[in-house]
Design a protein around this ligand. Sequence first.
Ligand code: HEC
Ligand code: HEC
Length: 322
Amino acid sequence: MRHTIIMSALAGCVLLSACGQDARAPRHYVDENGKVVEIPEGETESSVRQGKAQAINTDFTPPRFEDMPQDEFGALVRRGYEIFTDTPTHAAEFSGNQLSCSNCHLDAGRKADSAPLWGAWVRYPAYRSKNERVNSYSERLQGCFMYSMNGKAPPTGHEVLAALEAYSFWMAKGAPTGTTLKGAGYPKQDKAPQPPDLARGEKIYQENCALCHGEDGQGQVAEGKTVFPPLWGSESYNWGAGMHQLNNAAAFIRANMPLGRGGSLSEQESWDVALFINSHERPQDPRYTGNLAETRKLYHDTPHSPYGQEINGKLLGSNPSK
Ligand code: HEC
Ligand code: HEC
């Protein structure tokens, strides 16, 4: 008898869920936009709602150029824009080649998937393995001058840095900070589907890239201005620059090249052509210690860097462009 009571009490418990948590409470709710939101195991409607409120929307559209303010702040922003889009002219003192920042950060630093400035601004200060410490945004910019521009870092607090900071800050207007926005950085992969191949890369280059960048990779200059930037040699980025790493170059190329036809090469083709470009000599890494193997070990100890490796019978970095 007693036994039966316990049994039926238990059964009731299961059926009505009157014990402890109410398992019959709906496992979904309808939000303000009429969307059905599932409530995962162990959560309640209010905990899900709270979580959603805290989740950051990482979609971002930068302000329009027309909306650049007309005051003194706007003047510094505009100065940053000029430096960014014509670096050899507006930061001549710190430029060591024919490149402008916007050659690799397209649409004047606005384009998603080409390391846009709005995506960068909200990520700093950040730890960088490149120098094993937390870098301010300004230090990050100094690095670009030393490596990508093969030039000199503007001293801390210099007006050139202030202008580039103002331009980046303005472009990130309204973006959540301390987060990775959609389209920030280059859409990097860890590895190529197959090992990159030099011969395939050369063929892809001649068919898809040489038209603008030249068969000799030297690009084209018209009236003293770079129209198509060089990809190797003395006027290109040096062996310390991010673009010499195959994962960065492949990601940039896949998303953005051939110009206006980003996304048309396959992942594999992008790696192959990235290897082809970066198997040519370029200016020395400014951190060169006097010993190639040692410099590789110190700063390039990654499969993404061809520096100090023998490719096609050439030891890269042993005969840097001057
Ligand atoms: C030769 C191509 C090239 C040029 C020229 C270049 N950059 Fe970059 N830039 C890169 C690469 C590659 C990265 C690394 C992206 C990564 O690691 O995801 C980068 C990263 C950055 C970042 C950090 C982006 C982020 O989201 O964290 C900033 C800021 C930046 N560059 C600014 C500049 C400025 C300012 C200039 C001009 C003074 C410049 N770059 C010139 C290729 C270039
Ligand atoms: C229609 C002309 C055109 C074609 C074709 C083209 N590019 Fe470019 N490329 C450009 C221009 C212009 C820039 C600079 C973008 C800017 O300033 O807005 C650039 C920038 C680059 C950069 C970064 C800047 C530098 O000098 O390092 C790389 C790398 C690059 N292209 C590689 C390639 C590769 C690889 C291909 C072939 C798959 C290719 N490009 C095809 C016009 C072209």
